[in-house]
Design a protein around this ligand. Structure first.
Ligand code: MN
Length: 133
């Protein structure tokens, strides 16, 4: 069974790019366009990792992370924030809301997988055989 990554991202182009890369590396990707549906999908599917856009309509990524962390089943899932914010305070806030790390936009396809996979246990990493040498 492929490891599952939930991508909560309102921008279709960003979601497409991230999904393309993750699928290439052997992950099953579930997409949510807003925080509320992201949380309900997380409850239903218990993904191995959540990629969370911070700038989301209605409920921002901070609020989504806070809700996920309140749930005893979901708080164990690593959340990696994806953000175009680059201020030091934002980084601290992202981590204080329970995210294990963050990736800055625009994402760099060359380093993206290594950044994500540092937060996944060995058994939950994608299919290494499909990786470019
Ligand atoms: Mn966004």
């Amino acid at each position: 069974m492929k490891p599952v990554i939930l991508v909560i991202e309102d921008n279709e182009k960003n979601a497409y790019l991230v999904t393309f890369i993750l699928e290439k590396y052997g992950y099953q990707v579930i997409q949510a366009r807003d925080g509320e549906s992201g949380i309900s999908l997380a409850q239903k599917l218990k993904p191995d990792l959540i990629l969370l856009d911070i700038q989301l309509p209605v409920m921002d990524g901070y609020a989504v992370a806070r809700e996920l962390m309140k749930n005893k089943d979901l708080c164990v899932i690593p959340i990696v924030a994806v953000t175009s914010y680059a201020m030091a305070g934002d980084r601290e806030r992202i981590l204080s809301e329970g995210c294990v790390g963050y990736i800055e936009k625009p994402i760099n396809p060359a380093t993206f997988m290594a950044e994500i996979e540092q937060y996944l246990p060995d058994g939950k990493k994608g299919n290494a055989l499909r990786r470019d040498p």
